[in-house]
Design a protein around this ligand. Structure first.
Ligand code: G4P
Length: 534
């Protein structure tokens, strides 16, 4: 183990100032715009517009494919680090499209909190709900940002009710909007008794902030037209009676979400939200492993891979493994144990992602996300430690919901195809099954669009045109049980058996009835729809 005595005093301080979080939302609610304003106020970009390419590129299916080809843009935004006041924010990007739910799920294992962005006119939408459910599985604390208040929005109570009812979480207003649409002038900051006024003239300017001594303060009348002021007082009175007050513990437990109202495009409400993450948001949390819990303040460095991105630069077949540091103070050049292969790994060129640029990471602390370029050794779920054989838990691999056969346009290129497929499997972009009988591969994905993205990437990155065709199978289940029983079962069911990219046995079928039958006839075997990726 390395000598860490020199950084003991700073470890708790550095960890306490870190906030690692993701933004979840339904497409179009304003995630890209909000991210951009975060980077702007975090000093990571100089002007708005630098990350817009991404939001726009996602608009249509073909543009989305283009974005996939244009890996440079999408990837540098996978994890962004920047300072905000005394805090270090690590914002981890969640893929926007619903077809990428598996990737999103894994991403959410690397964060300590999430910001849920909703459109003030639309409320809770389908994708918001799905992502929220994933956060709930992990009891992640959630901060809510109700965006686009500069447009006609729903009634404030109605929005709050909808969140409470639809998502079964208590909501407490952190701010309260004054006026709506064209009459929207700003918010009353309930947590800090301040009036925040929106500047419509300059979209990148932060709102004027006026300290107020309670609702009877005469200064309110100087800034808020009489009609709106009366409504504000009434609504706040009602809110106080009907809605729970902010309770940090309930927020940290994931049972209460504070809601801010604002307009990302007008930079309004964004700083208050950022202050909220800083002041109340959780610092890096304890991570779980099979043998024990790992506290971030532990001195030895540990971390786990939650995402692998291949071919970031098609000219060099590099891959970057994104590692969430679970504990300790990492320094460039450290030799860490790659637990799965039991081999040491010198981490000499780790990268930190600062907005649109990558930078060498000289050091990083528990809670940070670093990228480690590698040639395929690092896979999702892998642990890196200073010697302990840890196995982190909680990163699942989902059973694909759609299966298709894949063929190379040129049959002579079957080997190339295999290589490409294995790489995507390791990246977690698809499941690849090799049937024990016959040739060819079956690819499994969670959403149909993934087939198109894969075909386009195989062609672009490997120069290999491929065809996806329907498969006779529709379901895949991992087989586990006593070794002999598994072997026996595999031998008599060869037509239904394939191996995944780790060599694990999978049972393929098109009937739930088959799965039930196997479970009934072979009580020692287990067929599972997910397998932990470790
Ligand atoms: P997403 O990443 O969640 O998909 O959303 P994105 O930020 O790309 O925003 C979606 C649309 O909503 C964009 O408009 C964006 O400008 C707009 N928007 C974001 N925040 C606000 C806001 O506070 N108020 C209003 N009125 N609109 C907002 P677009 O027309 O699709 O793109 P653009 O032409 O404006 O770039």
């Amino acid at each position: 183990m390395l000598d860490h005595s020199h950084n003991r005093p700073t470890l708790p301080t550095e960890i306490a100032r870190r906030r690692t979080f993701a933004i979840i939302s339904h497409p179009d609610a304003g995630k890209t715009t909000l991210t951009e304003k975060f980077l702007l106020f975090g000093g990571a970009i100089q002007m708005a517009g630098q990350v817009r390419a991404k939001g726009e590129a996602r608009r249509t299916r073909s543009d989305f494919m283009q974005m996939e080809k244009d890996r440079g843009i999408s990837v540098s935004a996978s994890a962004m680090s920047f300072d905000y006041g005394q805090f270090r924010f690590n914002l981890v990007d969640t893929p926007g499209h619903s077809d990428f739910s598996e990737d999103t799920y894994r991403t959410l294992t690397a964060v300590d909190a999430a910001i849920m962005v909703i459109d003030g006119a639309k409320g809770v939408e389908s994708q918001t709900r799905k992502l929220f459910e994933v956060c709930r599985l992990r009891d992640l604390p959630i901060l809510t940002f109700c965006n686009k208040m500069d447009r006609e929005a729903r009634d404030t109570f109605e929005i709050i009710d909808e969140i409470q009812e639809n998502l079964a979480i208590d909501v407490t207003p952190a701010s309260w909007p004054i006026g709506m649409g064209r009459d929207f002038i700003g918010c009353y900051d309930i947590l800090r008794d301040r009036l925040e006024l929106m500047d419509r003239a300059d979209r990148n300017r932060v709102a004027e902030s006026i300290k107020i001594e309670g609702l009877s303060d005469p200064r309110l009348a100087e800034h808020v037209p009489a009609g709106l002021l009366e409504k504000l007082r009434e609504e706040l009175e009602m809110a106080r009676e009907l809605l729970p007050a902010f309770d940090r513990q309930a927020f940290l437990d994931g049972t209460l979400t504070p809601i801010w109202f604002g307009s990302a495009i007008n930079s309004f409400g964004v700083k208050e939200l950022m202050d909220g993450i800083g002041d109340y948001g959780p610092p890096p949390q304890i991570q779980r492993s099979e043998s024990r819990e790992i506290a971030p303040e532990e001195v030895p460095v540990t971390g786990f891979v939650f995402k692998v991105q291949a071919n970031m630069d098609p000219k060099h077949r590099d891959r970057v493994a994104f590692v969430r540091l679970a504990s300790g103070h990492f320094e460039r050049g450290m030799k860490l144990l790659h637990v799965r292969s039991k081999k040491p790994m010198a981490v000499s060129n780790p990268v930190l992602f600062l907005a649109a640029d990558r930078e060498l990471a000289e050091e990083a602390w528990a809670g940070d996300i670093i990228g480690i370029p590698n040639h395929g050794q690092l896979r999702i779920g892998d642990a890196l430690t200073e010697g302990e054989a840890l196995r982190f838990t909680g990163i699942p691999s989902f059973a694909p919901e759609l299966l298709q056969n894949v063929r190379a346009g040129d049959p002579m290129k079957a080997k190339h195809l295999e290589k490409a497929l294995m790489q995507f499997a390791e990246e977690g972009a698809a499941k690849v099954f090799k049937p024990v009988i016959g040739s060819g591969f079956i690819v499994g994905v969670v959403g149909a669009l993934q087939f198109e993205v894969l075909a386009s990437r195989i062609e672009l990155e490997y120069g290999l045109p491929v065809r996806f065709e329907s498969s006779q199978f529709t379901s895949a289940r991992w087989i586990s049980g006593p070794k002999l029983d598994v072997e026996k079962f595999v031998n008599v069911n060869k037509g239904h058996i394939a191996t995944d990219h780790d060599g694990d046995m999978v049972y393929l079928t098109r009937l739930q009835w088959d799965i039930d039958r196997v479970e009934r006839d072979h009580p020692s075997l287990k067929l599972t729809a997910t397998k932990e990726m470790m």
